[in-house]
Design a binder for this molecule. Structure first.
Ligand SMILES: [Zn+2]
Length: 87
């Protein structure tokens, strides 16, 4: 099978980048746009590229996006419970 997916950024922007979340990207007012640097997979020539992903308001503060081997991964991060102290 030939899989010719390229430029998946726009497609991914149609919903929250957190795979466990089904919130759809309806408006720009809520949530956060996150630029993610995507390295070319090992053995594949090419410069790293940057894509924009969207996290919905519910995920913007609790999910961190990373890319491992070209695969977007959402990590849940702990919220500083009721404290304003920046780490
Ligand atoms: Zn979400």
């Amino acid at each position: 099978m030939t899989d010719r997916r390229s430029g998946t950024g726009e497609r991914l922007l149609s919903k929250c980048a957190n795979p466990e979340c089904t919130n759809r990207f309806l408006y720009l007012r809520g949530g956060r746009l996150v630029p993610v640097k995507i390295e070319a997979p090992a053995g594949v020539p090419g410069a790293p590229r940057q894509e924009l992903f969207w996290l919905c308001p519910a995920c913007a503060d609790t999910v961190r996006l990373t890319v491992d081997d070209g695969q977007l991964t959402a990590h849940r991060v702990a919220l500083p419970a009721g404290s304003n102290s920046a780490a």
